[in-house]
Design a protein around this ligand. Structure first.
Ligand code: NAD
Length: 264
């Protein structure tokens, strides 16, 4: 432990289980001395999140469905009852109807477009607005995005469009909150097998393709994401805001299939 996060406390949003990207980040923050609260979506997830939180010394769990603004208000009211200030937020939340994460983007329904945008992009704005009021001495807000925002990844569809809105929101929020020394950044993680990822059509193919074609010739882990999360949420990145940082084994710099990659 380095003490990098000693004296810092914050909220982890989007922990579902021990495969979650949020878990990789939470574990790393805990290792370096952070005090953590966790929000969960619905009672079914509470049962999974509670023991994980306890294993990191936290009994601070709050319910929060980010699609419901009253629930987001209630969540921050509960945080404020126990902590008058916070130093960081991890926003690791995304959702779309899995029937629209296959086939073609052109078939996206208006209803699912709006829901996906709301939960996967607008929620960062809603959370940031409430969190900034609890960051009088500055802070760091981190969200999770994916390469499908920049380039077409088959089946990622409406989620790619929502992630593009999320990445642009990071820039606008960074500019709004910069004068208060609140930094807003995103990690663009390579594909990792999680509950959310299992909803994406042909995800196994995406994983294999990235493994064979990224410069490091491997997929990333939640530990890789956790390490970069620690950088963004600690003072190590004190001069960095508005950034989308790739933790993808370098995949985003590659323009074509690697010569040594077999056909899959
Ligand atoms: P996950 O299933 O472990 O986490 C997704 C979380 O979103 C869950 O905890 C779920 O409860 C939460 N969520 C969904 N709808 C919500 C709502 N209405 N209110 C509150 N919470 C809600 O999967 P993950 O892969 O760890 O996803 C975390 C983030 O990482 C997502 O934004 C995802 O798009 C992003 N990401 C994932 C990958 C990947 O390959 N797994 C790659 C890049 C980015």
């Amino acid at each position: 432990m380095t003490g990098l996060m000693q004296g810092k406390r914050g909220l982890i949003m989007g922990l579902a289980n021990d495969k979650s990207l949020a878990w990789g980040i939470a574990r790393k923050l805990h290792e370096h001395g952070a005090e953590l609260a966790f929000s969960y979506q619905g009672e079914a997830l509470a049962k999974r999140v509670k023991p994980l939180a306890e294993s990191l010394g936290s009994d601070f769990l709050v319910e929060c469905d980010v699609a419901n603004m009253e629930a987001v208000d209630a969540c921050f009211d509960q945080i404020r009852e126990r902590w008058d200030t916070i130093d960081f937020i991890v926003h690791a939340i995304g959702f779309s109807d899995k029937n629209e994460l296959r086939g073609k983007y052109v078939d996206t329904s208006l209803e699912n477009f709006l829901m996906t945008m709301n939960i996967s992009a607008y929620s960062l704005v809603a959370v940031t607005k409430r969190a900034m009021e609890m960051m009088p001495n500055g802070g760091s807000i981190l969200t999770l995005t994916y390469y499908g925002a920049e380039k077409v990844v088959p089946h990622y569809n409406v989620m790619g469009v929502a992630k593009a809105a999320l990445e642009t929101s990071v820039q606008y929020l960074a500019n709004d909150l910069g004068p208060q020394n609140i930094r807003v950044n995103a990690i663009s993680a390579g594909p990792i097998k999680t509950l959310a990822a299992s909803g994406i059509g042909d995800f196994r193919y995406i994983l294999k393709w990235n493994e064979l074609n990224s410069p490091l010739r491997r997929n990333v882990t939640i530990e890789d994401v956790g390490g970069s999360g620690l950088y963004f949420l600690s003072d190590l990145s004190s001069g960095v805001t508005g950034e989308t940082h790739h933790v993808d084994a370098g995949y985003h710099v590659v323009g074509m299939k690697q010569e040594d990659a077999p056909d899959i």
